[in-house]
Design a binder for this molecule. Structure first.
Ligand code: FMN
Length: 179
């Protein structure tokens, strides 16, 4: 089994395409990839891995993408143990139309998995981003990687590459040598 896995939820395919790009960096020998809509069977699937990348776009007014809703609810009841797991977050948003809640779903996932004992990594500086408010900002950093393909698609590849650098000390070095 691969050492790490990506789980992503995506309504219009944007976070799915980010997940695919990130997966390409790691390669399929090192990293499995699961769509929350099509492949997710239960939290035990996540707990098989020590290193996890969770992708989730923001919908509604600062809410998680639909395919994450029931799994997060179930986990909030069952309280699975994520201690010892390293998790990094990424997801799509839209800072022009939804700048009052820009990528806020990342903040919801951050709080959720921190409560379950995980170590969250992959925070990045706010530099270069514009928004009014984001629940994904803590201590003057984003808790994960925000991507805005609607308005700033020209910045996506560089943002992903910079983020993979941030992950390097925290994820298996063999995985990130591919990056
Ligand atoms: C009804 C609606 C609500 C949205 N709400 C938010 C929001 O609160 N915050 C945000 O950053 N983006 C919001 N967005 C933008 C989406 O997150 C953005 O289009 C994203 O690229 C979708 O990614 P996906 O295809 O992976 O689901 C919203 C979009 C729609 C259509």
């Amino acid at each position: 089994m691969a050492k790490m896995a990506i789980f992503y939820g995506s309504t219009s395919g944007i976070t799915a395409s980010l997940a695919t790009k990130i997966h390409e960096y790691f390669g399929e020998d090192l990293c499995d990839i699961y769509s929350m809509e099509e492949d997710f069977d239960g939290v035990e699937q996540m707990l098989e891995y020590d290193y996890l990348l969770f992708g989730c776009s923001t919908w509604g007014a600062g809410e998680v993408q639909n395919d994450w809703r029931d799994p997060l609810f179930d986990m909030s009841i069952e309280k699975p143990d994520f201690s010892g797991k390293t998790i990094a977050l990424f997801g799509a948003g839209d800072y022009v139309t939804h700048g009052e809640n820009f990528v806020s779903a990342l903040g919801i996932l951050y709080d959720h998995f921190q409560k379950l004992g995980a170590t969250l990594v992959g925070e990045i500086p706010l530099d270069g981003y514009t928004y009014e408010y984001s629940f994904a900002v803590r201590n003057d950093k984003f808790v994960g990687l925000p991507i805005d393909e609607v308005n700033e698609s020209d910045k996506t590849d560089e943002r992903i590459a910079n983020w993979l650098e941030v992950l390097k000390p925290h994820f298996p070095s063999t995985s990130l040598e591919a990056a």
